[in-house]
Design a protein around this ligand. Structure first.
Ligand code: NAD
Length: 472
């Protein structure tokens, strides 16, 4: 029997839930079972899989109350938990709509007249998904749904920090006969994640750079593909021509939504010096209107810090910034209330890149704002990072913004808005620098990652090939 893990409630600080990771032997057995199930799953074809996923959706709808409740206990926030469920359900529908066309096999003539080409797609039998705590449901299913519809079996290891939602999700999976042999969630920590990699054919990992590196190394040893979606330190650039009402509202949302616990949070803001004070005043006024969701969950927009270890990082980044001369224009409190950790929306000025809050991922509702004098300087500052997930640019003219966007080293750029890849899944994007590795999770590539291409080359006429030996 493996050692159990106590799970903390982010609102109360109490360890009120327990998970028991599977033994290595049990994990291996589960993977073998899924591999067996995958054979039939592939055979029922895309239409059969769509039907099973739609049944899963119905089963989830009947578990909705339980699922919402467990997500609330996992994360301590209400409206985002509801949005997570909605986004997950619409993800099922989106892939069910797109898959039939994407999975079509093709046939065509080749440059050699008597050789015909049949192009087919073969799913990886077993996909492992390892996910983080900041959007527990969304990030444990964002790769799972396209992998399933591609014809793979999937084993998911969500974060040990937010594991409560697994129970109602498993109830919904077990209600669908075609699905229960090809999809399972296992509870456990890093060790379980590491062991899982030993038994799967492809791994999708979402989490920190440090763990991502370990996952990549383990996958490389096994010669299996690893798709890594890692941390970010997204910049926003605000030109003097920007609409400041719009820019401040969008940046505030992009920075503090989900208490800033989002990989694509705006974590650095660069503003043209001519509008700097006006921008900061507006941002501070709007930030001060937001309230903590304490003492009740409906009290405000800003939920608790989910992972206790993150509170220590936020305090460290704020202290380091203040010691190096940063000014707190609003917020700045990271405190314990009712056993949970809370951070008020915070605007900092007089910041520079020697500070941790400008160079490392803070994962908090903290908005450090820095002035720039030229566009060249703004681009340099935005690119002065090891991260390259996404970015935002605010400008009066689209062409002005696009010119800057081309020069930013990041995979997705929102123009006159922030964090749009969190809402729109169509655009294909790669993570730049240390923010990730592997094909795009977004767009149709998000499904094609789970398929290997196989070509059948068929000779249609019994003539010798031009390259054959003449003597034969
Ligand atoms: P983490 O790296 O600590 O953990 C992520 C997952 O990996 C957890 O399930 C954990 O149990 C597991 N794990 C730990 N050690 C492992 C090992 N050796 N082998 C296999 N699995 C292991 O990350 P976290 O703190 O849970 O999440 C926060 C991080 O995730 C942030 O850096 C954030 O930016 C990033 N993130 C990225 C995206 C994205 O799409 N790019 C989305 C959300 C979060």
């Amino acid at each position: 029997m493996n050692k159990s893990i106590q799970v903390r409630n982010p609102r109360t600080g109490k360890l009120d839930y327990e998970i028991v990771p599977p033994s290595n032997n049990l994990l291996e057995q589960k993977c073998l079972h899924l591999r067996q199930g995958q054979i039939q799953w592939q055979q029922i074809g895309v239409e059969g899989r769509i039907e099973a996923l739609q049944q899963w959706k119905q089963a989830i709808l009947s578990q909705r109350t339980n699922l919402t409740e467990t997500l609330i206990n996992d994360t301590g926030r209400l409206s985002i938990s509801v949005l997570e469920i909605n986004s997950f359900l619409s993800g099922i529908d989106r892939w069910c709509r797109l898959a039939p066309e994407l999975l079509q096999e093709s046939e065509k003539a080749t440059t050699i007249p008597f050789i015909h080409l049949k192009q087919t797609l073969v799913p990886y039998p077993l996909v492992g998904v390892i996910s983080p705590w900041n959007f527990p449901l969304l990030l444990s299913t964002i790769d799972t749904i396209p992998a399933l519809i591609a014809g793979c079996a999937v084993i998911v290891k969500p974060s040990e920090i937010t594991s409560r939602f697994v129970k109602p999700l498993m109830t919904a999976i077990n209600a669908v006969p075609d699905l229960r042999d090809v999809l399972t969630f296992v509870e456990g920590g890093g060790e379980t994640g590491a062991t899982l990699i030993e038994y799967v054919d492809l791994v999708c990992f979402t989490g920190s750079i440090a763990t991502g590196r370990k996952v990549a190394e383990a996958a490389a040893k096994r010669f299996i593909p690893a798709f890594l979606e890692l941390g970010g330190k997204d910049p926003a650039i605000v030109l003097s021509s920007a609409n400041l009402e719009l820019a401040t509202s969008a940046i505030l949302w992009g920075s503090v939504v989900n208490t800033g616990q989002s990989c694509l949070s705006i974590e650095r803001i660069y503003v043209a010096e001519s509008i700097f004070e006006e921008f900061v005043d507006k941002l501070v006024t709007k930030a001060e209107r937001l309230k903590l969701a304490y003492p009740t969950i409906e009290s405000g927009e800003i939920g608790p810090i989910i992972a206790e270890r993150q509170a220590a990082i936020i305090i460290e980044h704020l202290q380091d910034a203040c010691e190096k001369g940063a000014i707190i224009r609003c917020g700045g409190q990271v405190e314990k209330k009712g056993g949970g950790w809370w951070c008020t929306p915070t605007v900092l000025t007089q910041v520079n890149h020697s500070m941790k809050v400008m160079s490392l991922e803070t994962f908090a509702p903290i908005m450090p704002v820095m002035a720039f004098s030229t566009v060249k300087e703004a681009i340099h500052l935005a690119n002065d990072t090891i991260y390259g997930l996404s970015a935002a640019i605010f400008a009066g003219e689209e062409s002005e913004a696009l010119e800057i966007a081309k020069q930013i080293d990041a995979g997705a750029i929102s123009i006159n808005d922030a964090a749009l890849t969190g809402l729109i899944y169509e655009g294909e994007k790669n993570s730049f620098k240390y923010s990730g590795l592997g094909g795009s999770r977004m767009g149709s590539a998000g499904l094609m990652r789970f398929l290997r291409k196989k070509a059948f080359l068929v000779k249609t006429n019994s003539v010798p090939d031009p390259w054959w030996f003449e003597c034969q």
